[in-house]
Design a protein around this ligand. Structure first.
Ligand SMILES: NC(=O)C1=CN([C@@H]2O[C@H](COP(=O)(O)OP(=O)(O)OC[C@H]3O[C@@H](n4cnc5c(N)ncnc54)[C@H](OP(=O)(O)O)[C@@H]3O)[C@@H](O)[C@H]2O)C=CC1
Ligand SMILES: Cc1cn([C@H]2C[C@H](O)[C@@H](COP(=O)(O)OP(=O)(O)O[C@H]3O[C@@H](C)C(=O)[C@@H](O)[C@H]3O)O2)c(=O)[nH]c1=O
Ligand SMILES: [Mg+2]
Length: 283
């Protein structure tokens, strides 16, 4: 198994669960050079490829659309073409930010997309390129990823919660926080299944942690779990202006992955307890 990514949240969890896989960091395969990614696949000749790397800086992407597109769309496209040539599956990860976030119902894989910013648009372009490549593939759309590694909302809250008495957090964006370790586990189940069943087609799957809630309520849970007590004040998205707009409704309907792979939505509260212990701030 060949994995693109070495330092990110998902890559590090994959490495803990699949230490025998080959992990390529930026110095071995730079996704802003898509051809180097295709070449890495041809050189390593793996049985299966997982792409765990992406341009994930949602606001910065608004100012770097060309790099975001290379990393999130052109590199996955090149990976998929190399996988198609070798007849091997590509597992890829995408995001709730491919949607416009209207309404209040969970979205399934058939729902129309409509990204609000560059990050979501480039991730959507990556999905489309993989689907058009002819490679066997699974695209796992997830949301609100957190882990003890790297940058994420949980770690930001642990830092700010220890520094401040009061935080204003958006309460009108609702979604499912997802522990990176659960995504890694799901990908490994999917990898095994795709390898064991060569005729299985694949496609797009939604996978996020449960239960859904707002960022403000998620912050409250983080503080309660960590033994921190800043006041959390609900604000609308308009009260926290950012370069990129975020979807208000990020709820994902995850029935399909349950039906096809037997994978259930993980309870993020379990993952949160472990991440807070691992981050060394647990009460
Ligand atoms: N984080 C989240 O909340 C969510 C993430 N996702 C998706 O999940 C997947 C995994 O995300 P996550 O683990 O959180 O990401 P992180 O932001 O934690 O890590 C991103 C990884 O991509 C690598 N990377 C970025 N640019 C390049 C490049 N030009 N060449 C090589 N490597 C590069 C980084 O390497 P380096 O350290 O060298 O920069 C890093 O290993 C991505 O597809 C993402 O879009 C989906 C929903 C939510
Ligand atoms: C730090 C902070 C953030 N917020 C808001 C901003 C935002 O709407 C929300 C979460 O902040 P983040 O910076 O973690 O959000 P963001 O980086 O947009 O998170 C997204 O990352 C990409 C990669 C994805 O694919 C998405 O699923 C999602 O996880 O909280 C506040 O309201 N107050 C605060 O003090
Ligand atoms: Mg972020």
């Amino acid at each position: 198994m060949l994995v693109f990514g070495e330092t990110g949240q998902l890559a590090r969890e994959l490495r803990l669960l699949a230490p025998d896989a080959v992990f390529l960091g930026r110095s071995q395969a730079d996704l802003s050079d898509p051809e180097s990614c295709a070449k890495a696949i041809r050189d390593h000749r793996p049985q299966i490829v997982i792409n765990a790397a992406a341009y994930t800086a949602v606001d910065r992407a608004e100012e770097q659309p060309d790099i975001a597109r290379l990393v999130n769309a052109d590199a996955p496209a090149a990976m998929a073409h190399a996988c198609a040539e070798l007849g091997i599956p590509l597992l890829h990860v995408s995001t709730d930010y491919v949607f416009d976030g209207s309404g209040d119902q969970p979205r399934d894989e058939t729902c129309p997309t409509g990204p609000l910013g560059v990050y979501g648009a480039t991730k959507l372009a990556g999905e489309a390129a993989i689907a058009a490549s002819g490679a066997r593939h699974v695209i796992l759309r997830t949301s609100w990823v957190f882990s003890a590694f790297g940058a994420n909302f949980v770690k930001t809250m642990l830092r700010l919660g220890a520094e401040r008495d009061r935080l204003t957090i958006v309460a009108d964006q609702i979604g499912g926080p997802t522990p990176a370790v659960d995504i890694a586990q799901a990908l490994l189940v999917i990898a095994r299944t795709m390898l064991a069943q060569p005729d299985r087609p694949g496609g797009i799957y939604h996978f996020s942690g449960a239960p859904d809630l707002s960022w403000a309520d998620f912050a409250r849970r983080i503080f309660a779990q960590a033994g921190l007590s800043p006041e959390v004040v609900d604000i609308p998205s308009s009260g926290y202006p950012t370069p990129a707009r975020r979807p208000a409704n990020s709820r994902l309907d995850c029935s399909r992955i349950k039906d096809d792979f037997g994978i259930s939505r993980p309870d993020w509260r379990k993952g949160l307890a472990k991440v807070i212990r691992d981050a060394g701030v647990g009460a």
